[in-house]
Design a binder for this molecule. Structure first.
Ligand code: GLC
Length: 422
């Protein structure tokens, strides 16, 4: 071991004279991209691997095939906002600690505009085979900065052992809450803590009532009777009790746990819940009882917000080529099938949605396809985070009863007009 290290040091001393030696000199990271051939082990920063399957079914497979270019997962906190904060901190420090990052679809514009992630050679990825909406989220000003890893559309999870037919409207959902009451369960929950998930849920409620946060020309349209109707579905839920009080603290995982314990009849969440809730074992009491449907809305099926994650390579990474190869691996039908079969995520390859056998075995797929077809993207602007924080703040006040929904939406419209979307 000692000899091996000494040999490496010697090689580096020799190499230094020629081109520098990665990581062996103080300040070595400043020479990003110049001092290696762009290959080597790398890290991937992303949210929690809740199933453990990302590691065992995707990363371990890559690592076995690429012993000199192994990927190490750096698990970030569970909430999207905390993940972003951690990435931003690393980028601002020009750190090479994160080589690849799993960028939420809403961060592309900001990360690209600030020069934190590298433009990708579009020809190296099968973009034509992917869901166009997912590819759009990976672009900024027409250029590609992300490799779509998994898309995401909202689903209504429900207990098919207790409810005959999934509700397609809010009215039907509320009418079914008697069933929850009879069984001592809570009726409905989504993500209502003050973080990105609240922006997602509020936008869905607004869009599902025919309103919008922004118009197609980018103007602020959130102060409307339709938006009020949407937000009132949530406000009334807290007031009348069809949404339990504790759901004001729910992010994705809190709701999932409550549903899996058998405490919740209806849950708005992302597709990943399907595999976990149906996994036989001690972690869930409802395996085999999970129904999946598109979200309900005011007058018919509702509208999801488009979610998902795109892989990006940090501008401070020295192992860009290895990351690019890893991206191509993640886009392969082999890995995209794992996204379905083991992680129950939304695959990004269009062909998988037409695969009848796959839909038979993973019945969440048809509902997901429907959800994705109608999904609304969030604005792709560098100041997205600023806008989202304002949405979270105002809507949270309405949910807590500190402001009427009308007041909150009027104030929010003023707030959003102040965001510099340049
Ligand atoms: C999921 C989605 C992401 C969204 C987040 C909100 O991670 O993929 O797009 O912003 O949830 O909590």
């Amino acid at each position: 071991m000692r000899n091996a290290r000494a040999a490496t040091a010697l090689t580096c001393t020799v190499m230094l004279a020629v081109a520098g030696c990665a990581g062996s000199t103080p300040g070595g990271s400043g020479s990003a991209g110049k001092d290696t051939d762009g290959r080597g082990p790398f890290t991937l920063a992303m949210g929690k691997d809740t199933t453990g399957k990302l590691q065992s079914k995707i990363l371990d497979v890559w690592n076995k095939r690429h012993p000199d270019e192994k990927v190490t997962l750096i698990e970030l906190p569970e909430s999207a906002d905390e993940q972003r904060a951690s990435m931003v901190q690393n980028f601002q420090a020009k750190s090479d600690r994160f080589d690849a990052v799993a960028m939420d679809v809403i961060w592309t514009a900001e990360f690209a505009a600030r020069g934190w992630v590298q433009e990708l050679p579009a020809a190296s990825l099968p973009v034509a085979d992917m869901l166009p909406a997912a590819v759009d989220t990976a672009k900024y000003r027409g250029r590609l900065y992300g490799a779509p890893m998994a898309s995401a559309g909202a689903l209504l999870f429900y207990r098919k052992d207790l409810v005959d037919k999934a509700p397609t409207t809010w009215k039907e959902l509320v009418a079914d809450c008697g069933i929850a009451e009879k069984h001592g369960m809570d009726c409905y929950a989504g993500q209502f803590a003050q973080y990105e998930g609240l922006t997602v849920n509020a936008s869905e409620a607004i869009n599902s009532a025919g309103g919008s946060v922004y118009g197609s020309d980018g103007s602020v349209t959130v102060d409307s009777p339709e938006a009020k109707k949407g937000i009132d579905f949530l406000v009334d839920g807290f007031r009348q009790g069809y949404i339990p009080k504790k759901a004001i603290t729910y992010k994705e995982e809190e709701g999932r746990r409550s549903f899996q314990k058998g405490d919740l009849l209806f849950l708005r969440n992302w597709p990943y819940v399907y595999s976990l809730a149906n996994a036989k074992g001690s972690d869930t009491s409802i395996a085999g009882k999970v129904g999946v449907a598109p979200l309900p809305g005011a007058d018919g099926t509702g509208a999801s917000t488009l979610g998902g994650a795109n892989l990006a390579v940090s501008s401070y990474s020295r192992h860009r080529k290895s990351v690019l190869d890893f991206m191509a691996f993640v886009e392969s039908p082999e890995v995209q099938r794992v996204e379905v079969e083991d992680l129950s995520n939304a695959p990004v390859l269009t062909a998988l949605y037409a695969d009848k056998a796959l839909s038979r075995n993973f019945p969440y797929l048809p509902a997901l396809r429907q959800s994705l077809l109608k999904a609304h993207p969030r604005p792709q602007v560098p100041a997205y985070n600023d806008a989202s924080l304002r949405i979270q703040r105002e809507i949270y006040k309405a949910l807590q009863g500190q402001k009427s929904s009308a007041r909150a939406l009027a104030d929010l419209a003023k707030e959003l007009k102040q965001v510099d979307n340049g």
